[in-house]
Design a protein around this ligand. Structure first.
Ligand SMILES: [Mg+2]
Length: 207
């Protein structure tokens, strides 16, 4: 009788419990990821310890208007230090940029020592999946950080990653941004001064 009970436990109860625990841990991971802020002003205001506490081990990072403005006039304050600190705590990074000016992406990739891919054709999932494969991380371990809802944030949703939208660094608006920018970007706060940046041939070489 005891033997039969042991078999029933082994065949039915344990797998069910295992399945339940597995599902519970997925639910807990999702709930924890939901604790992350949906939006912040600048990259450096994101709490690295909070990322770690919800199981984030990798960041897929946008470049244009997130780290450096499209027209190369501004930098996101303290971004370089924040990235260095996050790396020291074991967080991996990957740049995905929709930009077509390779020399810029290559410069920032090399300067910050972050692998990059461009043009990434965000929000399509392909490049996001490639970045996750490169980092050897699953979607629940990755947060996608960028300034555009229709590329970075939508892409994160499509590949089941968490996301944080940063305010767009000031830049000359394109025609469609004049019409739709307020729906897809967070305006840069007036009380947070962006850092000035003046690229030279030293920065971008001779494309
Ligand atoms: Mg951007």
């Amino acid at each position: 009788m005891l033997n039969l009970l042991a078999i029933v436990l082994k065949k039915l109860v344990f797998p069910t419990a295992r399945c339940f625990l597995k599902q519970s841990s997925t639910v807990i991971a999702t709930l924890k990821a939901n604790e992350l802020p949906a939006q912040v002003d600048i990259l450096a205001s994101i709490d690295i310890n909070q990322l770690l506490s919800v199981g984030i081990r990798g960041v897929i990072l946008d470049l244009d208007n997130t780290i450096v403005s499209e027209d190369d006039r501004y930098l996101s304050p303290y971004a370089e230090a924040w990235i260095g600190q996050a790396k020291d705590l074991g967080i991996k990074f990957f740049f995905l940029s929709n930009g077509k000016r390779h020399h810029r992406v290559e410069y920032w990739s090399s300067y910050l020592d972050i692998p990059a891919s461009s043009p990434a054709k965000k929000p399509f999932p392909r490049a996001f999946r490639k970045a996750m494969r490169y980092m050897q991380l699953s979607p629940r371990e990755v947060v996608i950080i960028g300034d555009s809802r229709h590329t970075d944030i939508l892409g994160a949703w499509l590949v089941s990653c968490s996301s944080i939208q940063v305010a767009s660094l000031p830049h000359p608006p394109r025609w469609w941004e004049r019409l739709l920018g307020k729906y897809v970007q967070k305006p840069y706060p007036s009380d947070q001064k962006p850092w000035a940046f003046q690229p030279s041939s030293y920065h971008y070489g001779n494309p």
